[in-house]
Design a binder for this molecule. Structure first.
Ligand code: NAG
Ligand code: NAG
Ligand code: NAG
Ligand code: NAG
Length: 390
């Protein structure tokens, strides 16, 4: 059962890779002709900078008509492709889109889609389109259309997209990787090509949010805990460890709060897309951490009888923060979907820290075992290593 669906999928992927490679060249080798214009070659074409898509077009200024052929490959068998003009803005909201997919019956369906907002669409476009048709050839879908453009128009905003599937005639949401979110740019009707391969400001802000939080919850906090747990067992490091620990956690907290605020802002600006779990874990971490910071001032003296309770609370909150922080960092990686090297580097850094901690832990446990054997470790040249919790 599983095999019978896996094998066609696998073959499709191989096919797509082959097609993608042949198509990875440039639009000029595609030789697309315009059926609405005596089958002449389109006057211009461009390799769209994202998602391996292409646009061919002819602009006839004397009758304000733009004739377009859009070429793209859906990410999965049964997926959709879309190309749009946005007369009011540069992104998805306001886009006057043309969508195509190949149904199970092999028929290519193509329809207009007016994206009024993230949650509201209609089939009535605000622009005039005619001669709309779609075709599919070996996994590649093409959309052909004629569009009335404003007189004297020089540049239009175009947006394009590919999506995984279609359910009951409705297209399902596309992926939210930077590749998808940056599939937009100017279309210069005269055929000149502006550089559109930039990173949008939202992705930039997401990257900043990611970096701040990885540095804070993902690195400085665990480092501070390692310092507190292992450095203080060396009498010579007392009270240095304490200042290092407080300094580490305090700077982690400041950076973390900055990261947290950027996250809240990103969340409030993202209509229609809510990462509930990522957001809630983030809020929980912030609350726990803020309590930790205030608890510093409520810390009973070392010999106070309640100090033991304070320690239990402080340590359990600390470890919870680390665990939640690392979970949320990986959730963030899934959302932002950066290049693999960033995730691997982080895994590398955190593994090194974990190995150091494990090494120190084994040293501590061993020497504690030695001490309970009656060996007086404090007389040796080694510093006295004892597992102390407070
Ligand atoms: C496209 O046209 C050029 C020039 O006319 C020709 O050399 C090339 O073989 C054509 N490519 C395809 C795929 O038809
Ligand atoms: C303008 O002319 C082109 C052919 O050059 C044709 O395809 C298009 O339909 C015409 N537009 C209008 C509005 O008639
Ligand atoms: C533009 O459209 C007009 C009207 O349809 C037509 O006469 C003319 O030949 C077209 N120009 C080009 C370059 O196709
Ligand atoms: C779309 O346009 C048609 C014809 O103008 C109209 O009857 C219909 O109500 C419109 N639909 C929507 C959802 O606006």
């Amino acid at each position: 059962m599983v095999l019978s669906t896996t094998i066609p999928l696998l073959l499709y992927f191989i096919l797509i890779t082959l097609i993608a490679n042949t198509y990875a060249k440039t639009c000029t080798t595609q030789n697309l002709t315009d059926a609405s214009n005596n089958n002449k070659l389109y006057a211009n074409c461009m390799d769209l900078p994202k998602q391996n898509a292409f646009l061919h077009w002819t602009h006839n200024a004397s009758n304000s008509t733009l004739s377009v052929a859009f070429v793209a490959i859906p990410p999965f068998l049964g997926g959709w492709v879309a190309w749009a003009i946005n007369p009011t803005s540069t992104g998805m909201v306001g886009a006057q889109a043309l969508v195509a997919y190949k149904g199970d019956d092999g028929v290519v369906t193509v329809f207009p889609l007016n994206i009024q907002s993230y949650s509201m669409t209609s089939r009535n476009l605000t622009i005039d389109v005619w001669n709309l048709r779609g075709e599919e050839d070996g996994g590649v879908i093409r959309i052909f259309v004629n569009i009335k453009v404003p007189e004297n128009a020089v540049t239009l905003n175009q947006v394009w997209q590919v999506g995984p599937s279609v359910t009951a005639g409705r297209i399902d949401r596309h992926a939210l990787a930077p590749e998808n979110l940056n599939s937009k740019g100017p279309l210069n009707l005269d055929g000149s090509q502006s550089v559109v391969d930039g990173v949008d400001s939202r992705t930039k802000r997401k990257n900043i949010h990611g970096i701040l939080n990885v540095v804070s919850w993902g690195f400085l906090f665990p480092l501070g805990i390692v310092i507190a747990r292992y450095m203080r067992i060396f009498p010579c490091a007392d009270p240095t460890w304490f200042y290092l620990h407080v300094g580490c956690q305090l700077s982690a907290y400041i950076i973390g709060v900055a990261g947290w605020i950027t996250g809240l802002k990103l969340g409030s600006q993202s209509e229609g897309i809510v990462y509930t779990l990522h957001r809630n874990i983030g809020i929980a971490i912030f609350c726990l951490c803020t309590i930790q910071m205030f608890a510093l001032f409520l810390r009973p003296n070392k010999d106070h009888k309640y100090r033991v309770f304070w320690n239990v609370y402080h340590h359990s909150f600390g470890y919870t923060i680390i665990i939640l922080g690392i979970i949320n960092i990986f959730k963030g990686f899934d959302i932002l979907n950066p290049e693999e090297k960033w995730k691997s580097s982080y895994i590398g850094v955190i593994s090194v820290l974990a190995i150091i901690a494990l090494f120190l832990e084994s040293k501590t446990v061993l020497s504690t075992a030695g001490a309970t054997d009656g060996t007086d470790v404090s007389n040796t040249a080694q510093p006295s290593i004892k597992l102390r919790w407070y």
